[in-house]
Write a protein that binds this ligand. Sequence first.
Ligand SMILES: Nc1ncnc2c1ncn2[C@@H]1O[C@H](COP(=O)(O)OP(=O)(O)OP(=O)(O)O)[C@@H](O)[C@H]1O
Length: 265
Amino acid sequence: MSAVASEPTTSNKVAGARIEVRNVSHWFDLPAGPLHVIDELDLSIAPGEFVALLGPSGCGKSTLLRLVAGLEPATTGELLHDGAPITDPDPSRIVVFQDPTLFPWRTVWDNVALGLQARGILRAQRHRVDQALRLVGLQDFAKAFPHQLSGGMAQRVALARALVNDPSLLVLDEPLGKLDSLTRLTMQTELVDLWQRTGFSALLVTHDVEEALFMAQRVVVFSDRPARIRQVLVNDLPYPRHRGDPRLAELRREALALLGLDASW
Ligand SMILES: Nc1ncnc2c1ncn2[C@@H]1O[C@H](COP(=O)(O)OP(=O)(O)OP(=O)(O)O)[C@@H](O)[C@H]1O
């Protein structure tokens, strides 16, 4: 059973971001010369859409996430959030990484409160911390410390820490990558449930083909570095999805073939 609160929490409803990546190329300046990582990429995310990126290791997926999050500027091209250029990080676009990186000396509640505290709005907005904890089903663990949590619970705290900002875009960089396989499956369902209940747009990077197809509405398959779009797989299966759905198996075969792998594995 999902640990996430099943009651809809309408106060957490947000308008999803529209993201446009227009003709973006990116290089890193290395001592040996420039490393071309992204090549003339065009991609858009509609408000409230869930998009996943798949591609060979090192092709440039995380780099693209960093550009979309505003953590670094693209070498050339344009990135827009609701029509405005993305130039800096912003609390409306939150990145959740593989490692939850919680402060061990702060309680769960205090870890989730960090973003509001940094923005100087915690005193007036304390209820948002409680709401975010309810969203991820951890309301009873507000006073716990990180060492008292399982891996899945720690990652839920990281999600609550992101959701407390009411982001219009959640940037997910392998957020379930360190979890055991059972917890990972549960968290996939929980994340989709959170996405549906809150309305943020989601951009997920994962190495797990099934995860991408189970969660996302579109799966963008990249080439080797420099990343170009090889193909976009559209998954219009309704939610909640069933892992045994033959359409998922069909999409999996297509995705693996695009990645140069034999689907009979
Ligand atoms: N800050 C940086 N400085 C120099 N090179 C970098 C930097 N960040 C990433 N790279 C290089 O850019 C390339 C793309 O890295 P990136 O992390 O975006 O790939 P990825 O597709 O997310 O990989 P993986 O799937 O293995 O996580 C790699 O060759 C990496 O070494």
